[in-house]
Ligand binder design. Structure first.
Ligand code: KIV
Ligand code: ZN
Length: 385
């Protein structure tokens, strides 16, 4: 059966941990509205215990967002959970997201806890969260560096205490896709009620593998992806949800999956986050970069003019983008003729015998040939006839 992949957006929490990014309350509300329009299933609106400003922002989002589930992050600490409860109280659909780090390095150096103490804490404090929320998502932070047996034990304790969603974070972007997929396969083999739980992948991009790891998780049973718009996030960032949504759209058969994402809103949500974060989208960023559907070489332009599928695996309009065939020194005669005809000149192949060398001469001197330069070129051509 085709899997429904849910999107848990953490642009406003993990994404805001990007160096130099500090959204105002108004910007957060604007982003949350754009995320709802884009179709994410869950919005992690912030970390309410972190500061009064964060609490206010989460609360403002909870008052605004009517259809999407709103959550806030809480350490596995009761006062954090109380803060989430109070901040998201106005939201019609709500859930709790709580975490504790389970890996040896975090247990020993950060938390000073034994395994037994940690399991006891998971049991008691997830149950506390469950007494306030119907839906509790538990994250064993640094899961990818946690001993597999202990990860199973920690996750089972959280499920026994009432968690219905389990998120597996590759907190420091350490895993290779094969390893990360194997974590889900191991949990499937050892958690009795695996299929009744919504399993999430939360991947970071330290080694550039956030996307591959998220997709490997989906292949191995994850039905929720946690990520950010434009890949914002600590250090090298989180997985870019836009890429996950596009991959499932293009390769749905391969992943046997679909999403609730409203793809034509993709460019808009990306632009809103780029503007608010003051982090521009790089030109070669997949899907939303200015060059993602631009074709300059003559061979590619010729192919595109014959059939767009020669060099496009996704219809750009489906994600709010457009194809462009910028004209430069690599362009061929077919594309130049096509552009001139689009501009209203009636040019045929025979005329191109004279026009194309003129175009090449201009293109050799410049980067891309502009429409204004094409107009001057055609004036010169006409005076020469
Ligand atoms: O990367 C991480 O482990 C996190 C958790 C809080 C889910 O962001
Ligand atoms: Zn994270």
């Amino acid at each position: 059966m085709t899997k429904q992949i849910k999107f848990f957006d953490t642009t406003l929490r993990d994404g805001e941990q990007t160096i130099g990014v500090n959204f105002s309350v108004e910007q957060k509300v604007e982003i949350a509205k754009a995320l709802e329009a884009w179709g994410v299933d869950y919005i992690e609106a912030g970390f309410p215990i972190a500061s009064p400003e964060d609490f206010r922002a989460v609360n403002a989002i909870a008052k605004t967002i009517k259809h999407t589930t709103v959550t806030g992050l809480a350490r596995l600490v009761r006062k954090d959970m109380d803060a989430v409860r109070d901040a998201i109280a106005p939201a019609p659909h709500q859930m709790l997201h709580t975490f504790i780090a389970t890996s040896p390095i975090h247990r020993e150096y950060k938390l000073h806890m034994t395994k037994a103490e940690m399991i006891a804490k998971i049991r008691s404090d997830v149950a506390y969260g469950k007494s306030m929320f119907d839906v509790v998502e538990f994250s064993p932070e640094d899961a990818s560096r946690t001993e597999p047996d202990f990860l199973v034990e920690a996750v089972q304790a959280a499920i026994d205490a009432g968690a219905t969603m389990i998120n597996i974070p590759d907190t420091v972007g350490y895993d290779d896709p094969e390893e990360f997929g194997a974590i889900f396969a191991n949990l499937k083999a050892h958690i009795a009620n695996f299929d009744q739980i919504e399993w999430a992948a939360h991947t970071h991009n330290d080694l550039g593998m956030a996307m591959a790891n998220a997709m490997a998780a989906i292949k191995n049973g994850a039905t929720q992806v946690q990520g950010t718009i434009n890949g914002l996030g600590d250090r090298a960032g989180n997985v870019d949800e836009i890429q996950v949504a596009a991959a499932i759209h293009v390769r749905g058969d391969f992943y046997d999956a679909e999403t609730n994402i409203n793809l034509p809103e993709t460019k808009r949500v990306s632009e809103i986050v780029a503007e608010a974060s003051s982090i521009a989208v790089g030109p070669n960023r997949p899907i939303v970069g200015a060059n993602a559907f631009a074709h300059e070489s003559g061979i590619h332009q010729d192919g595109m003019l014959k059939n767009r599928q020669t060099y496009e695996i996704l219809v750009p309009e489906d994600v709010g983008m457009h194809t462009s065939l910028p004209l430069g020194k690599l362009s061929g005669s077919h594309a130049v003729m096509n552009k001139l005809n689009e501009m209203g000149y009636h040019v045929n192949r025979e005329m191109m015998g004279d026009i194309f060398p003129m175009f090449k001469a201009i293109a050799d001197e410049t980067d891309l040939v502009t429409p204004a330069e094409m107009i001057v070129m055609m004036q010169d051509y006409k005076t020469q006839q």
